[in-house]
Design a protein around this ligand. Structure first.
Ligand SMILES: Cc1cc2nc3c(=O)[nH]c(=O)nc-3n(C[C@H](O)[C@H](O)[C@H](O)COP(=O)(O)OP(=O)(O)OC[C@H]3O[C@@H](n4cnc5c(N)ncnc54)[C@H](O)[C@@H]3O)c2cc1C
Length: 249
């Protein structure tokens, strides 16, 4: 990467919100124009910095929701007692400016040459970097066998629902939803948490040398990755991104 590009991703830059899209009642995608964005890889994140009128600053990390080459987008879930996410999901509008730094991270990244079979496991907003990977897979024409296991509280909380259902139908991606809190009438899909029983049924067998990416609240990501290792996945084939917090989806 050119020296100027490295420099740019390490410094704060003023970015403009180009569009806001509501994904669910609690989740919003912000598409941001970042001048001179050096490009990102699927799975990387960026830093956001907000500055109040009295100079108080808050910084948070957000996964890039878009595939490499697409406009930069983040998808934020509102935590009602949160400091930053209510502002990003309720107040920020197209045309507003925010400070951005990135892209950041090289470990939780998937490139087509990393292969698979690919096992993507998301809890709640943990779907965001995995969606970037799914889009990248599609964009590059990769045929790596891919299964997404996505745990959400209710059907309404499923982020990118239409896009995921479309992928499921057309592109050799197996999408499995599990709803932990409430199921719509007639729901015949999975219920409850991503636990050993569910993974024994749905995870690629360890003997196929799968590559797993697990993302979500910290407790979720750690429990799921430990279970995969218990099922025989070598730890180096299980990549984790912890979003913080203690709850599960
Ligand atoms: C690498 C990385 C990527 C991330 N990507 C995303 C993303 O794509 N989308 C997204 O919505 N968030 C993402 N997060 C989480 C994000 O950085 C913030 O932590 C989150 O938006 C909460 O910020 P807040 O200021 O609203 O809440 P805070 O004021 O920081 O916290 C409020 C309360 O919520 C709890 N909490 C904090 N984070 C979480 C969480 N993730 N889940 C549950 N409870 C939590 C805290 O313990 C506290 O009790 C990512 C985090 C990391 C480290």
């Amino acid at each position: 990467m050119a020296r100027a590009a490295v420099q740019r991703r390490l410094t704060w830059q003023l970015a403009t919100v180009d569009a806001v899209t509501d994904e669910t009642p609690r989740v919003r995608t912000l598409t941001v124009g970042v001048p001179g964005w050096p490009g990102h890889q699927a799975g990387q994140h960026l830093d956001i910095r907000l500055t109040a009128e009295d100079g108080y600053q808050a910084e948070r990390e957000y996964s890039v929701a878009s595939a490499p080459g697409e406009p930069v987008a983040i998808t934020v879930e509102r935590l009602d007692d949160g400091e930053v996410s209510p502002y990003l999901t309720q107040e920020l509008q197209a045309g507003d400016e925010i400070e951005v730094r990135g892209p950041v991270g090289g470990y939780f990244v998937w490139r087509p040459e990393d292969g698979g079979p690919l096992l993507l496991i998301a809890g709640g907003s943990g779907i965001v970097p995995l969606r970037a990977m799914l889009r990248h897979r599609q964009q590059t024409g990769s045929t790596v066998p891919t299964r997404l296991i996505y745990s959400a509280r209710t059907r309404q909380d499923v982020i990118y629902s239409a896009e995921l259902m479309e992928l499921q139908q057309g592109d050799g991606v197996d999408v499995v939803l599990t709803l932990t809190r409430e199921q719509p009438p007639g729901w015949d899909g999975h219920t409850g948490r991503v636990d050993a029983e569910l993974l024994r049924e749905l995870a690629w067998p360890a003997g196929q040398d799968p590559l797993a990416y697990v993302c979500g609240p910290t407790a979720f990501a750690e429990a799921v990755s430990a279970t995969l290792v218990g099922l025989g996945y070598p730890p180096q084939r299980v990549r984790i991104e912890r979003f913080g917090g203690t709850g599960g989806p």
